[in-house]
Design a protein around this ligand. Structure first.
Ligand SMILES: Cc1cc2nc3c(=O)[nH]c(=O)nc-3n(C[C@H](O)[C@H](O)[C@H](O)COP(=O)(O)O)c2cc1C
Length: 236
């Protein structure tokens, strides 16, 4: 079959991928239109999942008291994790804005239910983590769809899962996978905030692609792609 994506459609997808950002600041007070939100959630729900198990749920949260409890958990966990890093990195880490829990109009907790269709799921028995991988695929769909709708999204993982489970009244077997903050934004940064702050650089593509086996960075039967990758094409 011929490619049924036109060049414009392809460019649209690549634009979403390269301009997607993790957003923690720049949220505006504009509410998210319900139709837009339903499209974003539907995109998430059409992610691939191991054995078609669709192990996700999306808890939509706007209640201030709930969000405040989650924010408190962030503060505790951030302080706790700061002890894991030495100065001067510690102060730098503590100076970063790493969540938009109360600044954004909508929080979404994406959860993993390993028992949704009973214990047997095609493809999951050898690698049980594929259940959680599936939920991450849904999060990425959600993130890209949000970007396409002009909605910023930030993933907050500096949180206690126990607090999340208790606050959101999750059943014992259900795991919170992603806590997301969404809202309209005044801008999408060109680069990751952590790159701009010189916390870490973006690695070069040529350094993360191996040929045939681990750490093999050259191989004569991969010359063409190797040259293209080395040229460091910057589509973004
Ligand atoms: C699993 C996961 C957890 C993350 N947790 C946080 C977080 O707690 N706080 C934060 O500010 N950003 C968090 N991020 C965002 C990353 O820092 C961000 O994706 C990365 O710096 C690259 O920036 P970009 O998403 O704008 O390209 C998380 C991202 C992922 C995928």
């Amino acid at each position: 079959m011929n490619n049924d994506f036109s060049n414009d459609e392809k460019n649209g997808l690549y634009k979403a991928i390269f301009s997607r950002r993790d957003v923690r600041s720049h949220f505006t007070s504009d509410p998210i239109d319900d139709e837009v939100l339903s499209r974003i959630l539907n995109a998430a729900h059409h992610a691939p999942s191991v054995g078609f198990s669709q192990p996700w749920n999306f808890i939509l949260i706007k209640d201030f008291e709930i969000r405040k409890k989650i924010k408190d958990s962030f503060e505790i966990e951030r302080k706790r994790s700061s002890h894991l890093v030495e100065e001067p990195q510690k102060s730098k880490y503590l100076s970063f804005k790493l969540e938009g829990i109360l600044d954004s109009p909508l929080n979404i907790c994406v959860t993993y239910d390993p028992l949704k269709f009973g214990p047997f799921v095609i493809g999951k028995s050898s690698i049980p983590e594929t259940g959680i991988y599936s939920v991450c695929c849904a999060v990425q769909n959600l993130w890209l769809a949000a970007r396409t709708e002009g909605i910023g999204l930030g993933w907050v993982s500096i949180l206690s899962n126990d607090t999340l489970k208790k606050t959101l009244e999750l059943p014992e077997h259900v795991l919170p996978v992603a806590y997301l903050c969404l809202g309209h934004v005044s801008e999408f940064a060109k680069k990751p905030d952590l790159e701009t702050a010189r916390w870490l650089p973006r690695l070069e593509l040529k350094d993360v692609v191996y040929y045939e086996k681990w750490d093999r960075k050259e191989n004569s039967s991969w010359n063409n792609i190797h040259e293209l990758i080395k040229a460091n094409l910057d589509y973004a």
